[in-house]
Design a protein around this ligand. Structure first.
Ligand code: ADP
Ligand code: F6P
Length: 330
């Protein structure tokens, strides 16, 4: 669309896994939109709510007292119908009928794939990266990651206390879907002895067993293994490791607690700027974009280009993590 075509009504939804900071992003979208003269509509329960026409008009007061709250006040969902062409056409038709000229989707890469389909059908969309997983290729930051890694880090410190007291080995499984960012960050921040991430793990459990035995000989009282969800099977791994080492081994799966809680300052600030930026992008007449934080700047990318990008764990960071954990390459 051209830059002079005014967008009067903007819809906003959160989709996929919730992430701390999503409320700060919603608040920013709503207040920035209102301040620029737009009507703002909240869409409940992600694409599911869109297809069921669950809309609410949003004023500035509707986002009061939300910046500090975890979860999403708009609720979220995973929606199978949105994956069908029929569902996508229906979503565009519903937006048109409700006068929604621009749609802001706060979510992960799955939600962006849905937004891309709507963009291809002519709806003006802008994506805002919200995911604890940090796995969206076009951006160096995703809303929720900082809170999630801090929550996980604190929980792992607690597991470490009991692990040391009992002179045990602990396998702690963290979220991240197919990506190992949460595991790598916690592995470094918690000083883990082993960090297992899908991008690098060679599935050679004997190496872990040897590492545990060598560490025990060196006098280490605990052995913390951070295992990424993308590898999983922590409970059975613990049983095998205990049998192979003779050292008591327990698995702790941190699970959904990593997605909750009040967002950190970093998440609130990034979410606020990204949310406002998304509105500005729409009102500049740019559409079918994804907001990102890249090389220290807030930027936006074409949604097709963004989804075609690839991202991987830095080899250097991974090697540093290993060397700090005492796994000197021989
Ligand atoms: P996230 O956005 O956190 O990555 P999901 O991958 O679960 O979460 O995606 C959220 C929702 O986005 C899905 O439930 C679905 O409605 C929609 N979605 C995901 N992938 C696609 C796709 N390829 N086409 C259309 N919609 C999709
Ligand atoms: O994408 C966020 C995330 O928490 C992933 O880390 C995890 O794999 C997934 O969502 C869990 O989803 P659900 O809440 O449906 O179990």
């Amino acid at each position: 669309m051209s830059a002079d075509k005014k967008i009067n009504t903007i819809g906003v939804l959160t989709s996929g896994g919730d992430a701390p900071g999503m409320n700060a992003a919603i608040r920013a979208v709503v207040r920035r939109g209102l301040s620029r003269g737009c009507r703002m509509k909240g869409i409940l329960k992600g694409y599911d709510g869109l297809l069921n026409e669950e809309f609410i008009d949003m004023e500035a007061k509707d986002v009061s007292d939300t910046i500090e709250r975890g979860g999403t006040i708009l609720y979220t969902a995973r929606c199978a119908e949105m994956r069908t062409e029929e569902g996508q056409k229906k979503a565009v038709e519903i937006c048109k009928r409700h006068g929604i000229e621009g749609l802001i989707v706060i979510g992960g890469d799955g939600s962006f794939a849905g937004a891309q389909k709507l963009a291809n059908l002519g709806l003006n969309v802008v994506g805002v990266p919200g995911s604890i997983d940090l796995d969206i290729a076009c951006t160096d930051y995703t809303i929720g990651f900082d809170t999630a890694v801090n929550t996980a880090m604190e929980a792992i410190d607690k597991v470490r206390d009991t692990s040391t007291s009992h002179e045990r080995c602990s396998i702690i499984e963290v979220m991240g879907r197919g990506a190992g960012y949460i595991a790598l960050w916690c592995g470094i921040a918690n000083g883990a002895e082993d960090i297992l991430i899908p991008e690098k793990y060679d599935y050679d459990e004997q190496k872990i067993v040897n590492n545990i035995i060598e560490n025990r000989k060196r006098g280490k009282k605990h052995h913390i293994i951070i295992n990424a969800e993308g590898i999983g099977h922590s409970t059975s791994m613990a049983k095998r490791i205990e049998a192979a080492t003779g050292i008591g081994t327990r698995a702790t799966i941190l699970g959904h607690m990593q997605r909750g809680g009040s967002p950190t300052c970093k998440d609130r600030v990034y979410a606020s700027i990204m949310g406002a930026y998304a509105v500005d992008v729409l009102l500049e007449g740019k559409t079918n974009r994804v907001v990102a934080y890249k090389n220290g700047e807030y930027v936006d990318f074409d949604i097709n280009e963004a989804l075609a990008m690839q991202k991987s764990i830095s080899e250097y960071q991974y090697q540093v993590a290993r060397s700090l954990s005492g796994q000197y390459e021989k």
